[in-house]
Write a protein that binds this ligand. Sequence first.
Ligand SMILES: CC(C)(COP(=O)(O)OP(=O)(O)OC[C@H]1O[C@@H](n2cnc3c(N)ncnc32)[C@H](O)[C@@H]1OP(=O)(O)O)[C@@H](O)C(=O)NCCC(=O)NCCS
Length: 258
Amino acid sequence: MSQGLLLSASLWTLLAGCPSSQNRNVVSVPCGCTIVVSSVPPQAGGTAFIIALMTLPAADWNLYTDRLRISRLLPTDNHAHFINQLYNSPLFIAGQGATGIDTDEKALKMITGFVESLFAKQNHGIYLVSFRHDVEAEENVKIGTVSVMKGDAFTVPDIGFALLPQYTGKGYAQEAGKAMMEYAMRDKINGGLGYDGVFGFTSATNVQSRKACESLGLELRGIYPLKVFGGGKSAVYTVKGMDKDLRKYGVEEQRLEE
Ligand SMILES: CC(C)(COP(=O)(O)OP(=O)(O)OC[C@H]1O[C@@H](n2cnc3c(N)ncnc32)[C@H](O)[C@@H]1OP(=O)(O)O)[C@@H](O)C(=O)NCCC(=O)NCCS
């Protein structure tokens, strides 16, 4: 599907502004597109219903690698429970800090609000990583998340990953990350997200995460005080071939170190 069929910018804003999916019903259809039926609140000046076609991945969107299944993180109790577990593992807290999401209820609220609105706005966001071999099982084993998220200031997204501690040291972050980078940079006409680059941002002191970025073939472009992470020292990686001048992609901060 071409971008031409996508929503106008103002309509995107309106849909993205919905606090959750409560104002819209998302229905996947056989062509792989998604129909969004949106009841726009009268105070927003909307008509009763808007029907639009866009490329929002359906709830059953999956991407497979040799060992893994990557799927959308959905607002279900089961996924919320997993996120609560992951975000409170000592490894996650050491690498990313405490999120304050420390109950299943808070995790569900985060998925329903933040994650769902990211998908509505950007067409991508945070994904679950589980083992591929038990894909037919009702309860497949979830091992972590991989994310493709674009900060408002940037023109390309960044890739992120997190695993439960017992699944580290086996190359799963590398495998999931490679697949998602390929998806992010594949042309839209071939089902990708159509970006002309991908960042890897990580705290400068997060050794495992930096190794994972390097294992994806990302190149270090230096240490920057990225505002998006509170001005702390961030290692900035890019895929090979991205312009040397990172201002082109929205990085306005001055480099602190090579
Ligand atoms: C970042 C994080 C996902 C990296 O996990 P990881 O297990 O080190 O990374 P990978 O899954 O790619 O595994 C790489 C390791 O597996 C080993 N490995 C084993 N089998 C492998 C295989 N088949 N293929 C590739 N690597 C393999 C590699 O040698 C490497 O080991 P090493 O770290 O001792 O050098 C993990 O540390 C984490 O969840 N941290 C908390 C969250 C976080 O900080 N995220 C960063 C934000 S971007």
